[in-house]
Design a protein around this ligand. Structure first.
Ligand code: ATP
Length: 590
């Protein structure tokens, strides 16, 4: 077992009662600070499963890359991480979309599900599990779950009467419905939340005793203040729990909905699509057989549009089934287009595959995670993407790498030596030989503090804050290089050469830290950067984030090592592509 450094100890926020310390270098094992007892840590992150009534858009990719970076971050920490995504394939909307496309529903679903898979592959979404709700393993899980709820007395046959929104596949209380007029001027009722038309529905079906769960849910939220993040969404859920919480219809008559899973023992009824869909998280965990390994450590990433399903219905179903509740429900806001939610049914979508070709996969991932703020909606437009990527990836980060590794400055192409007399660990200790100035020490402080700040933001699913602090440090390092202008130093003078090498060593150390921290967000770009620096695959874990060890008398394994081969610019400056300009104009006219 290798030793962990102090910052790891300080930063580790394990949930077990004993102080847990990760041996990051060994990757998988975990020991306790008290006795070396080995234990394994697990993490299970999910995206919503995506409804296959139309092709994916940028909003879907956003949910997927949030879960992906969390998964990659956990893997970097040596945690055993499971990451599931997939497609939600039952329901009236799919039945109708398949009819419109004149295709068998399953064939239609297979095609659209394939588009999601293809997108995720192209965009490096490194899921470990992909589930389709039309799979046999899922049908078995739903049937079992239903039977458990029924056996425990939480499902009864009743009659549902009330408002129903087919586009949202959801039931609404009177307070959630408002008046509007349709395009033909007729008075209609709409869902106040989604704006979709609702209809009055009356039919016999199965009801779930949701009304019994108000207090348990309130208690759960009270005792677990962090379970719903960010906070404003927790408040929204608490508010819903103050309102009416009537029993929930959990089946539809088969005559109205054929495309779904039949209710066990009653083929005249089809399981409500949301109950069916939510169970996917259990199916992936192995339910009903051996799910306990993963189920207790589940973290859901969801858009705010489906918060109620995940934070009210889903925990109520789980409590009724006697199963543990998710650890976190992380909620994000929406990408909008000219102020309106980007959505399949509105058709105002931005094609993520096309954008990943124009801006590169990492460019698009970086943009979404740097600009997407969980708390509030964000308008998407291409100019913003181009500006951000040119500034932060091409000029700032790419420029820094380019300058530090250029043959003119570094003709031997090695990770240069650090001279501690030129840059001692503390300014006061600098004798005549010290050449660093106070801004340089401020930069070192920022870079030293960076891993723990980034950790905090990654753990809290606030990637934009992590990327903001990284971008700030990159700017500081560029300033450091500019200030000392190593290109003006005379290599023939040994003293100047020592300082030149030190400036480059410090800059490469900074770049190594940035590249390592950026891996979950921009995996290809980070790989290119770290490979150029000659950092091996086993040297890219969280435990390799010791910065500038040489200054504190430690050993830097990279010093004197040959740099990796040159492989072109890190990130090429972007032009605004013509075809995207055309599309933006079209969407403006619409
Ligand atoms: N505009 C968006 N911004 C961010 N995430 C989104 C957006 N649209 C969808 N998502 C993500 O996808 C999930 C499921 O969305 P859904 O499949 O209902 O997409 P949609 O485009 O809103 O579809 P529809 O228009 O048919 O309701 C959301 O909960 C969220 O995680």
């Amino acid at each position: 077992m290798k030793l962990c450094n102090l910052s790891m100890l300080r930063n580790w926020k394990g949930k077990s009662p004993v102080t847990r310390v990760r041996s990051y270098l060994s990757g998988r094992t975990l020991c306790t600070a008290t006795g070396g007892l080995e234990e394994e840590e697990r993490h299970y992150v999910t995206t919503p499963i995506f409804y296959v009534n139309a092709a994916p858009h940028v909003g879907h990719l956003y949910s997927a890359v949030i879960a992906d970076y969390l998964h990659r971050y956990k893997v970097m920490r040596g945690v055993r991480s499971k990451f599931s995504t997939g497609t939600d394939e039952h329901g009236l909307k799919i039945q109708q979309a398949a009819d419109r496309a004149a295709k068998e529903p399953l064939r239609f679903c297979t095609e659209v599900s394939g588009q999601f898979k293809h997108l995720f592959k192209k965009c490096d979404v490194s899921y470990t599990d992909f589930i389709r709700t039309t799979e046999e393993r899922h049908r078995r899980a739903v049937e079992h779950f239903w039977t458990v709820l029924q056996d425990r007395g939480f499902i009864y046959k009743g009659s549902y009467e009330g408002w129903y929104s087919t586009p949202d596949e959801s039931f609404l209380t009177a307070s959630q419905v408002g008046d509007a007029t349709d395009p033909d001027g007729r008075a209609v009722k709409i869902s106040l939340e989604s704006g979709h038309k609702v209809e009055w529905m009356k039919e016999e079906n199965y009801m779930f005793r949701l009304s019994e769960f108000r207090s348990p849910l309130q208690r759960w939220l009270k005792e677990n203040a962090e379970v719903i993040q960010p906070k404003r969404f927790r408040h929204a859920v608490l508010q819903w729990l103050q309102d009416d919480l009537p029993d929930l219809s959990v089946s539809r008559q088969q005559s109205r909905l054929q495309w779904g899973i039949p209710v066990p023992g009653d083929p005249e009824q089809t399981v409500y699509v949301w109950l069916d869909a939510l169970i996917n998280y259990l199916t992936v965990a192995g339910y009903p057989r051996d799910h306990s390994h993963w189920w207790g450590v589940a973290h859901h990433v969801v858009g705010k549009d489906i918060l109620k399903f995940h934070a009210v219905y889903w925990p109520a179903f789980l409590l009724a089934a006697g199963l543990p509740l998710p650890r976190t429900i992380f909620v994000h806001s929406h990408w909008t287009v000219e102020g309106q939610k980007m959505s399949k049914s509105r058709g105002n979508v931005v094609d993520p595959l096309e954008r990943s070709r124009s801006f590169t996969t990492d460019g698009l991932r970086y943009f979404l995670l740097r600009q997407g703020v969980p708390d509030s909606d964000c308008d998407y437009y291409d100019d913003k993407v181009v500006k951000l990527l040119n500034t932060e990836l091409a000029d700032s980060l790419g420029g820094l790498l380019n300058r530090c590794t250029a043959r003119t400055l570094n003709p031997t192409q090695v990770y240069p030596h650090f001279c501690v007399e030129c840059f001692p660990s503390h300014p006061a200790a600098s004798g005549d030989g010290g050449r660093a100035v106070s801004e340089d020490y401020r930069m070192l402080d920022s870079v030293c503090a960076l891993p723990s700040l980034v950790e905090q933001h990654y753990e809290g699913l606030q990637a934009y804050k992590a990327l903001e602090v990284i971008a700030g440090c990159v700017r500081q390092t560029n300033g450091f290089l500019q200030r000392h202008a190593p290109w003006k130093l005379d290599r023939r003078n040994p003293e100047e050469l020592r300082w030149l090498d030190t400036v480059l060593h410090v800059s490469l150390e900074c770049l190594r830290i940035y590249g390592t921290l950026l891996q979950p967000i921009v995996p290809q770009l980070a790989d290119k950067l770290l490979s150029r620096l000659g950092v091996g695959l086993q040297e890219r874990f969280w435990g390799n984030l010791q910065f500038l060890a040489r200054q504190r008398g430690g050993v830097c394994p990279f010093e004197g090592r040959t740099l990796g081969p040159e492989s072109g610019v890190l990130f090429s400056r972007l032009e605004r592509p013509k075809e995207i300009k055309g599309e933006s104009k079209r969407s403006k006219k619409a």
